[in-house]
Design a protein around this ligand. Structure first.
Ligand SMILES: Cc1cc2nc3c(=O)[nH]c(=O)nc-3n(C[C@H](O)[C@H](O)[C@H](O)COP(=O)(O)OP(=O)(O)OC[C@H]3O[C@@H](n4cnc5c(N)ncnc54)[C@H](O)[C@@H]3O)c2cc1C
Length: 273
């Protein structure tokens, strides 16, 4: 049995987590008959989609579509780079928490009124569709490959004489802190903060991952995307004007947050994973 990923309860007040739970908090489950004849397709196995799949698998037949075989906890990834043992706990195969439904390991490429089509040619019919594709970046397909990637990053950090972190946003600052904690000798040798500087980022990777909604631009939802590529939803997380299509997580334009919802999502992760 896999150890619970403890860092889940350290989640800060992410609106996406609130959004994920909102669909349950608002008792949207009541729209789903409590039987397995209804096909609910969740596209995206990140924080929001994985959580929803875990909860809904006891209420309906779920198909989870994600290009990778695992869920990972994004906010623990920087720690996993400096302490690879953490990766073993934060990268969880979808099948370890999602045992009842179908898993399609491929990217969704388009949708119709009744089906989702994936890159590997799978056609998945749905009664209810939930889009949870959040952000995207190229990551390996299997858990072992992902864990090895963290080990490789760790080797690079260990062997580096100096490390340049470009960007003083939350990710850059957090990574600098993680490295300083685990490699104090690097810190004591040379820590330099250059203020009021900028670099040409064309050849440098961005800390912020791009939203994954480009695949919807030629679909029936093309007019439901805002200028940033977020899906416009109503207060019940339904795509406006559609009864059976929902969106949750960072992919939505939903901005509400509630401490109560966050508290509940933390508890649910703790109790169930
Ligand atoms: C370094 C870092 C630190 C963070 N720290 C915190 C924190 O401390 N607290 C906090 O609450 N939040 C934090 N966040 C933000 C948090 O991770 C996001 O808000 C959250 O991951 C959003 O969840 P999501 O499910 O909407 O999207 P994601 O978690 O981005 O998941 C999207 C999923 O969709 C899949 N996908 C993408 N495109 C497709 C497609 N076409 N077909 C099928 N699947 C697809 C992806 O593979 C992925 O599994 C942090 C993020 C980062 C990167």
């Amino acid at each position: 049995m896999m150890q619970p990923p403890l860092s889940l309860y350290a989640a800060s007040s992410s609106p996406s987590m609130n959004r994920a739970i909102a669909i349950i908090g608002k008792e949207e489950l009541s729209i789903l008959p409590n039987n397995y004849e209804q096909e609910v397709v969740i596209v995206g196995g990140g924080v929001a989609g994985a959580f929803l799949a875990k909860i809904l698998q006891d209420h309906a037949h779920i198909t989870l579509i994600d290009p990778k075989e695992y869920f990972e906890i994004p906010w623990a990834c920087l720690r996993a780079m400096v302490e690879p043992a953490v990766a073993e706990r934060i990268v969880v195969n979808h099948r370890d928490y999602f045992k009842k439904g179908d898993l399609v390991t491929s990217s969704a490429v388009t949708i119709t009124e009744t089906e989702v089509f994936t890159e590997d040619g799978t056609q998945v019919p749905y009664d209810y569709l939930v889009i949870a594709t959040g952000h995207t970046e190229p990551v390996p397909k299997t858990r072992d490959e992902r864990i090895n990637q963290f080990k490789e990053e760790n080797e690079k950090i260990k062997s580096a004489k100096s490390i340049l972190i470009v960007g003083g946003g939350p990710t850059g600052v957090e990574l600098a802190g993680e490295i300083a904690v685990d490699f104090p000798e690097k810190k004591s040798k040379n820590v330099e903060v250059k203020l009021e500087q900028s670099v040409d980022l064309n050849s440098v990777s961005e800390g912020r991952k791009p939203l994954s909604s480009a695949w919807l631009r030629e679909t029936l939802l093309k007019d439901d995307l805002d200028g940033d590529g977020r899906i416009k939803v109503d207060e019940n997380l339904r795509v406006k004007g559609r009864n059976n299509i929902f969106a949750i997580g960072d992919i939505t334009d939903f901005q509400k947050s509630s401490k109560e919802c966050l508290h509940r999502v933390r508890l649910k992760w703790l109790q169930r994973i």
